[in-house]
Ligand binder design. Sequence first.
Ligand SMILES: NC(=O)c1ccc[n+]([C@@H]2O[C@H](COP(=O)([O-])OP(=O)(O)OC[C@H]3O[C@@H](n4cnc5c(N)ncnc54)[C@H](OP(=O)(O)O)[C@@H]3O)[C@@H](O)[C@H]2O)c1
Length: 346
Amino acid sequence: DVSDAAGRGRPPVLALGVGPRAAQAAARSRPGAAEEQPAPHVAIVTGGAKGIGYQTAKHLARLGMHVIIAGNSESEGQEAVRKIKEETLTGKVCFCIIVNDLTLFCIFSSSFAVEFLYCDLASMKSIRQFVQQFRAKNCPLHVLVNNAGVMLVPERKTEDGFEEHFGLNYLGHFLLTNLLLDTLKQSGTHSHNARIITVSSATHYVGKLHLDDLQSRCSYSPHGAYAQSKLALVLFTYRLQHLLTANGSHVTANVVDPGVVNTELYKHVFWVIKLVKWMTAWLFFKTPEEGASTSIYAAVSPEMEGVGACYLYNEERTKSADVTYDEELQRRLWTESCKMLVTLTV
Ligand SMILES: NC(=O)c1ccc[n+]([C@@H]2O[C@H](COP(=O)([O-])OP(=O)(O)OC[C@H]3O[C@@H](n4cnc5c(N)ncnc54)[C@H](OP(=O)(O)O)[C@@H]3O)[C@@H](O)[C@H]2O)c1
């Protein structure tokens, strides 16, 4: 039980590694335990090859999950898989238990399957191919972390002609989630809902949704486009939860703000800001590991079982921008997004 592994009432990041393994090792010691062993929970983390996504993938793997990193660089993805396997395996713990004069040695290693699957979120065709490949595995899906993103890129378009922030950060995840929804619904149960975690940003508070110009064709500002994409992700999550609840699905959707985190996301900012970041990051920025804690909390915490439509910051529920609670806007964005994808010839 992965959510139990996080430790009841404790921050999951503090309870990594040993819990699920201990439970499995204990199960193995009983007769017939092999049949009882639950299959590992399966998680997909987009953009899991670096930054916050990498740390999220690593921690979920340590918790005993089968993690699939979805990313747009085969070499970086495979390197991330190698590092996760190496780092989680070095976390071996050896215990000596004495039961009725019998000394049992148990070694708990903490690495399950981690793998990479190519998925370019700036290409709807690639997203569809990724989902096909995932479906071919015939495995369930318990956790989807919509984490990948770009920030402040110069004006440019995705393969399908969408403005990059909107097309990749928002629309790519919109399509991916919808294509995986059936599997998530089949994998969730009354007591263990499947979970969708979407990474937004505090930038959404200043974002404006231009329903008549979602592609920022009239006027482009990198900051405005990034903020709009992150605002769209919050509206999407609330609408998604509304639809899931209406269907009686055992799937929850929450959105997280990781805080200000020292990652490569800032590679497109003005050089002066880069310099200031370089000098002050140790003081003002979270490490990627700290940045991942709220995503992990949303993915595995028992407190979040069955809870959806939350905006989480520092592992706590927080209010998102007022406009995100506008149900009519949520509905209109959803409809508009469906229309945009239907018009694609992929
Ligand atoms: N860092 C912060 O301060 C901060 C604050 C608020 C929110 N966030 C959000 O947190 C999330 C993770 O960002 P991060 O800070 O960890 O940045 P990061 O280190 O740059 O990670 C972003 C990940 O997304 C991937 N990605 C980019 N384009 C992609 C594409 N077309 N297809 C698939 N994957 C793609 C990147 O891969 P490549 O680099 O190889 O393309 C990378 O693995 C983002 O959604 C970001 O908006 C971050």
